[in-house]
Design a protein around this ligand. Structure first.
Ligand SMILES: CC(=O)N[C@@H](Cc1ccccc1Cl)C(=O)N1CC[C@@H]2C=C[C@H]3CC[C@@H](C(=O)N4CC[C@@H]5C=C[C@H]6CC[C@@H](C(=O)O)N6C(=O)[C@H]54)N3C(=O)[C@H]21
Length: 108
């Protein structure tokens, strides 16, 4: 999710419709960079043929950001332009993701 500061509300990231997505943290060993990448689980029909699993988040993990675990299954962080929020399907998923995020932040 993204926080829409103008209208003061959380909006689904990547599209108008809220969707269940799978979110990963990718590490680029060469540059030692990390990115949060999320794609919708449900493939969208595009002109009837190709199936797309739209990207809903694709943001670099910036050294020094504060990862805020607002609740056991809602975590959020700021980048220069956005406030990102992840509403996890389970507290276990949330803890796993947070653990990876903390490792990434320590490795930067
Ligand atoms: C100093 C600073 O930037 N502070 C940030 C946090 C932060 C601190 C330190 C580093 C980085 C960050 Cl990011 C900050 O205060 N921000 C970030 C924008 C967010 C917006 C609204 C208000 C409304 C209240 C609260 C909120 O969002 N909260 C409560 C749990 C609640 C859980 C689920 C999500 C799900 C969608 C929405 C909902 O339930 O409908 N929702 C919620 O409603 C969720 N909050 C915040 O949380 C606000």
């Amino acid at each position: 999710m993204l926080y829409d500061d103008v209208h003061k509300r959380w909006v689904p990231a990547g599209s108008e419709a809220p969707s269940i997505s799978r979110v990963h943290i990718y590490h680029h060993p060469g540059a030692n960079t990390f990115r949060v990448v999320g794609r919708k689980l449900q493939a969208d029909q595009q002109n009837g043929r190709r199936l797309l699993r739209a990207m809903v988040i694709n943001c670099p993990i910036v050294k020094g950001i504060k990862y805020n675990q607002a609740t056991p299954n809602f975590h959020q962080w700021r980048d220069p332009k956005h406030v990102w929020g992840l509403n996890f399907g389970s507290m276990e998923d949330a803890a796993l993701f947070a653990d990876s995020m903390m490792h990434a932040l320590q490795a930067l």
